[in-house]
Design a protein around this ligand. Structure first.
Ligand code: HIF
Length: 295
């Protein structure tokens, strides 16, 4: 009996992670003058979303638990082009905090970056586990959205429905999430598209919704004085800002447009609805999360 309890006491204890410190270190790692608009924040948000956005509620696979994007084929999907830069930033944090899983780290980093860029504090629950490469059943490519609307080019909102209903979202949640395109930009070398959505691409705000309604969006024809040869996209009259076909879809679609109007007027409502949808996005398919938020 004595021997048994000694064994119990000697059993390995899961190493404790200081999530607050991890989030602080992520916030400190965002600024980088050599990257885009001076911050890695937007690219980290895209990493967190692409790690989560593979979820399928019917087959109950995909999602942020496992971080399969560390490996091919997921790392090689066209939709994930350019995210190696975000994963490299994550390596630096991981080497300082080896006890956090990649799966938790990517989501905590994206969530902390949103707050650091002026967005809401969104509670984060931990407990995602990393699958090893040979335990990762490769997911089929095509789970992440295509900005051209894929097989719904005349009504790209229906492509958004195909993709986001599969994850368990409704129209209102799709529009709320879309506000994250206030952040970051498109890179011709990643997606073929060019430009930022807003004038302040490192600030989380409702500017995306305001611009959708207030600017005149027309098909992009020229780029830096030459004919635009990239995929079909929209630009504002200055040619400095852009919208994807799936962004313009939100004001073309009768059911989605009222939510754009609501969030353009009411940033507080946007922050609240975004936070709820973001938690759902990043927790979809996660099996053993802590009961309470750890950050
Ligand atoms: Fe994006 N998104 N996204 N996206 N995305 C890009 C970049 C970012 C879609 C397409 C693109 C969401 C939904 C959709 C961010 C965050 C979110 C790019 C450009 C494309 C093409 C990539 C590049 O060229 O580098 C489509 C079709 C979506 C379905 C509506 C989410 C809601 C808005 C879920 C979301 O959170 C962020 C942030 C970026 C900027 C990345 C950067 O490196 O700056």
């Amino acid at each position: 009996y004595y021997y048994y309890t000694t064994q119990q006491e000697a059993a390995p204890v899961a190493p404790k992670v200081d999530y607050k410190k991890v989030a602080e270190d992520v916030a400190d790692a965002l600024d980088d003058e050599s990257h885009d608009d001076g911050s890695f924040g937007p690219t980290l948000v895209r990493l967190g979303w692409h790690s989560s956005g593979t979820y399928d509620k019917n087959s109950n696979d995909g999602g942020s638990d496992g971080s399969g994007m560390r490996f091919a084929p997921e790392s090689k999907w066209g939709a994930n082009a350019g995210l190696h830069k975000a994963r490299a930033v994550m390596e630096k944090i991981k080497s300082k905090h080896p006890e956090i899983t990649y799966s938790d780290l990517w989501i905590l980093a994206a969530t902390a970056a949103i707050e650091e860029m002026g967005g809401p504090h969104i509670p984060f629950r931990a407990g995602r586990t990393d699958k090893t490469e040979n335990k990762c059943t490769p997911l089929p490519d095509g789970r992440l959205p295509d900005a051209d609307g894929r097989d719904h080019k005349d009504a790209p909102a229906d492509h958004l429905r195909d993709i986001f209903y599969r994850m368990g979202f409704n129209d209102q949640e799709i529009v709320a999430l879309a506000g994250a395109h206030a952040l970051g930009r498109c890179h011709t070398e990643n997606s073929g598209y060019w430009g930022p959505w807003t004038n302040a691409p490192t600030t989380f705000s409702n500017e995306y919704f305001r611009l959708l309604l207030e600017e005149k969006w027309t098909p992009k024809k020229k780029h830096e004085g030459k004919a635009w040869t990239g995929p079909f996209q929209y630009e504002d009259p200055s040619g400095k800002l852009m919208m994807l076909p799936t962004d313009i879809a939100l004001i073309q679609d009768k059911a989605m447009r009222p939510f754009v109007e609501k969030y353009a007027k009411d940033e507080e409502a946007f922050f609240q609805d975004f936070a709820k949808a973001w938690v759902k996005l990043t927790e979809n398919g996660c099996k053993n999360l802590t009961a309470e938020p750890v950050w």
